[in-house]
Design a protein around this ligand. Structure first.
Ligand SMILES: NC(=O)c1ccc[n+]([C@@H]2O[C@H](COP(=O)([O-])OP(=O)(O)OC[C@H]3O[C@@H](n4cnc5c(N)ncnc54)[C@H](OP(=O)(O)O)[C@@H]3O)[C@@H](O)[C@H]2O)c1
Length: 332
């Protein structure tokens, strides 16, 4: 631990006029309590939720000042629980981490001992954050789809918001698992990037925004991992082949969908809810094991952008403008 009892922390403060101000400040070091661990953060990662929290989204973070960051990885420096000893390398994600508790955008974090998982063999701390909640969400999506009998012979999988954190990971993991991937994006400049990740076909996001009002469309894919919501998800549902699975992950366009029951009762399409924060510990360990071995994307280096804590605010703005690409990770 630092000798002067402070550490660097990215802090969001609410000002008197209801605005939110972000800066890197010196903050008092955490003090260990019962059944807790203190971790020296090596890397954190930026997720869409952090961008919302950093801009005062009260549905994510109720009270400010606050340090966001739902993903962190580092080394245990203190523990009051037998699960962890000093020197253990751990990943901290999920639960209320970084939302209504102090998150990963700082040098030291204190969390309940039930939250971290040990870094699995086959992953470095940096790689674990390139994956982070984005990779975990993509992997959990595919895990649930395959439990529901999705397989590559059924046909291609649509990924929406494909250049984003979850989307990039979904493209890579699906390609690694032998699926054909149709990547939908709004970024014309990033087609080469998506090809490198393993997309077999790239379509403009307007092609997943059906305005015909028809309840069903010609089949275009055998399933989908959707990060966008709204009419994108509604369109994905209408054009999914029989018995296909759609993992519903996100809402960057809209939390609302308008659909009929026809895709479900005529085509047997399945909507799978993806919720990572409260994923049971046994599942979390299983998913991290897969991500460190047979599901580990080959191209993590291409998906990462490594920044410093001082650069974080500008990357948060890019993310809220829908301009983020891949996974942004913060090296402490
Ligand atoms: N369910 C869970 O447990 C869970 C976990 C993690 C994240 N999420 C959610 O998943 C979503 C994506 O998170 P992320 O971290 O991947 O965010 P991100 O890195 O910002 O990626 C979102 C991507 O969506 C596309 N996009 C942005 N605005 C859009 C719009 N208005 N219409 C259509 N597409 C748009 C963009 O990709 P293109 O330019 O390529 O289209 C953008 O890069 C968020 O809603 C987040 O809250 C959910």
């Amino acid at each position: 631990m630092e000798s002067n009892n402070t550490h660097k922390s990215f802090i969001v403060r609410e000002t008197a006029d209801g605005k939110f101000k972000r800066s890197v400040e010196d903050k008092a070091l955490p003090v260990l309590g019962k059944d807790e661990v203190i971790v020296k953060v090596a890397y954190a990662a930026l997720n869409y939720k952090d961008a919302l929290s950093a801009h005062g989204h009260k549905g994510i973070t109720k009270e400010y000042p606050h340090t966001p960051g739902v993903d962190a990885a580092g080394v245990v420096v203190q523990s009051s629980n037998e699960l962890y000893t000093e020197g253990d390398e751990v990943i901290v994600t999920s639960y209320d981490f970084g939302m209504n508790t102090s998150g990963g955008f700082q040098e030291y974090i204190k969390v309940p001992a039930s939250w971290p998982v040990h870094l699995p063999e086959g992953l470095s701390l940096e790689e674990s954050m390139v994956l982070g909640t984005g990779g975990f969400t993509a992997a959990l999506s595919l895990f649930k789809m395959e439990e529901n009998k999705q397989d590559p012979t059924m046909g291609p999988i649509l990924v929406t918001g494909s250049t984003g954190g979850v989307g990039s990971m979904a493209v890579s993991i699906l390609a690694k698992r032998g699926y054909e991937v149709i990547a939908s994006t709004g970024k014309k400049s990033e087609h080469a990037y998506l090809k490198e990740l393993g997309a077999t076909e790239i379509i403009d996001r307007t092609e997943v925004d059906d305005q015909s009002g028809r309840p069903l469309l010609r089949y275009k894919w055998a399933g989908a991992i959707d990060t966008v919501g709204g009419n994108t998800l509604a369109t994905a549902i209408k054009a999914t082949n029989r018995n296909g699975n759609i993992a519903v992950c996100g809402l960057v366009a809209s939390p609302e969908i308008s659909t009929t029951v026809y895709p479900f009762i005529l085509n047997g399409v399945n909507l799978l809810g993806i919720e990572t924060a409260e994923t049971p510990r046994e599942w979390r360990i299983k998913i991290w094991e897969l991500l460190s071995s047979e599901w580990k994307p080959d191209n993590l280096n291409k998906i990462k952008k490594v920044i410093s804590l001082n650069e974080l605010d500008s990357y948060i703005s890019l993310m809220l403008e829908g301009k983020s690409k891949g996974r942004v990770i913060v090296k402490m």
